[in-house]
Each structure stands twice: as C-alpha cells, then as structure tokens.
Write a protein that binds this ligand. Sequence first.
Ligand SMILES: C[S@@+](CC[C@H](N)C(=O)[O-])C[C@H]1O[C@@H](n2cnc3c(N)ncnc32)[C@H](O)[C@@H]1O
Length: 310
Amino acid sequence: MALRRLGLLRPLALNRSIWRSVSSGHAKEQYSEDKETHFGYENVSESKKADKVHGVFQNVAEKYDVMNDLMSGGIHRVWKDHFISTLCPRPNTKLLDVAGGTGDIAFRFIDHVMAKAGPSYELSKVSPLTLEGATDTLDETIEDSVIPYEVVICDISQGMLDVGQKRADEKGLGGITWVCGDAQKLPFEDDIFDCYTIAFGIRNVIDVQAALEEAYRVLKPGGRFLCLEFSQVTNPAIKWVYDQYSFQIIPAMGQVVAGDWKSYQYLVESIRKFPSQEDFKEMIEEAGFRRVTFENLTFGVTAIHSGFKI
Ligand SMILES: C[S@@+](CC[C@H](N)C(=O)[O-])C[C@H]1O[C@@H](n2cnc3c(N)ncnc32)[C@H](O)[C@@H]1O
C-alpha cells in the first residue's frame, strides 16, 4: 500500500498506451489476394498464406511445447538458452518478443534478468520508464511494482498466447504484456524497445523484409535485433541425415503426437524455403541495421542473427 501511495505501482509492460490497437493478430488488409507467395512448397496467394499460417499455430498450440521437445530431442532449449546469453539483458531492459508464442524466449529473458538483478534488487533501481502509466493501477501487487524488466510478447495466434499466458500464471510471472499482432505491422509506437527478439517466427512471416523494417522502427536508437531461426546446413553428409529426419520422421511424429501431419510438413518445408545465413544477413542490413553478424548453431540447423539500430 505504501508503494501505491508513492505511485510506484505499475511496470511499463502493463501500460496499454504503448500499443496502437489490439484486435485480431493478422493485419489482413495488407495481404494481397493476387500476389503469390509460398506456403512450404505450395504456391498460394498472400492472403491464403496468412490464413494457413494462422491455422497451423492455432492447431498446434496445445501440443506445441511437447512437440518442440520431441522433435529436437530437447536441443531447442539449448539454442534458446544460448540465444538469451547472447542477448545478455540487464535489469530494466525493455523487450519486445515477436512471434513469442508460448513464451519460451520471454521466460528465459526474465530468468536471466532476475538472476542479474539478484535477491537484493531494490526499488531505487527501477528505471523511470517503469513508472510510466502509474495512474490507473489499483489492483497491482507490491511485487509487481518492483519487477526489474518490461516484456511485451506479440504473436498473431491468440491460441499460442493463451497457452503462454497459462504457463506464465503457473510460473507466477507478472510484468508481461501479451499482444495479438502481426510482425509485419506491429501495433507499437516508434523507438520504444531496447531489444527485439524473434525465435523461430520470422520464416512464417509473409513479407520478411517488412517485418525487419518494423523491427527497426520500434527499436530505440542503439537497440538490438536478435533472431533465432532454422537455417541452412551446408555439410552434405549432415544435410542428408537432417533431411531424412526432417521429411521422414517429423510429420509422422506430428501426426502421432498432435494429430496433425500437415502442420509439421509445413514446418520442414518452410525451413528449406528460408534464405541462407548470408542472404538473411543482407536483408537485415537492408532494413537499416548495422554491425550485423550471425552465428551458426548445430552445423547451421539454426542460426542467430544480430544487428543494431545505430
Ligand atoms: C514456431 S513458433 C515460435 C514460438 C516461440 N518464439 C518459440 O521459440 O517457441 C512461431 C510463432 O510465430 C507466430 N507467427 C507466425 N506468423 C506471424 C506474424 N506474421 N506475426 C507474428 N507472429 C507470427 C506463430 O503464431 C507462432 O506462435
């Protein structure tokens, strides 16, 4: 109560004024009925792809986390841990995690920040940003008021966000704002986030370049873009094994575990359609980012691309 009187009640993550509108995930009006794109190996119109991608993640949401563990033998956890270590966020970093789905990246981000903040984290360390929007906050707990991070998760699939929100509740995590929105048309103002992350999301976006430009727009000057995505394996022997596993095992596993062959067929095909590490690096530079680098993980099965808005 004392904190409430001081007006130190509301982490910025709960300040709804930072996003423009939150309705349905897809910014559908921007997808053409005529312009062709690919959905895996299939050629479809942009608007059809938007519906199909949305359908895939609505369908797999409930089984998404268990399938990730099964398909990757748990390695996705190592990639994601490494991704957050690479970001190395400090307390009071304001994160936008796009295509954040069921929260894996955001939860790791929070763990990392909390470990850095340490048990002796004090109110005096809360940045002024955290205090914005402290007026209409009658129901926050005292714990909320000292959360040393600000996390916004944005995803087009409400189904994925619902699963994520349930997980956050089970973990007792506050300070996360869940926004149903499209990476290609983010419902946020310019220059407001310190970091933009996207993990295993960007290859599903119809216009990847537009999503990169949006990332650039919403980051503060000096902000960092970090992307974890399936990438291209170049070693022929490893590529052969990986392809066999991808095409012969993964869709069948999807059928058995999630009752959904097609979504997992799309997953393996979409990976093959995504640009190579070098080409994607160039696209990030084209969006305006500087000091763009990438790191291959597990022979290039995945890669982390990093860039700065400077
Ligand atoms: C493979 S999941 C990744 C989820 C999470 N980032 C993770 O690493 O576990 C891909 C996510 O991208 C979301 N997505 C697909 N297209 C999107 C778009 N245009 N804008 C925002 N999210 C999108 C899906 O709904 C889904 O939750």
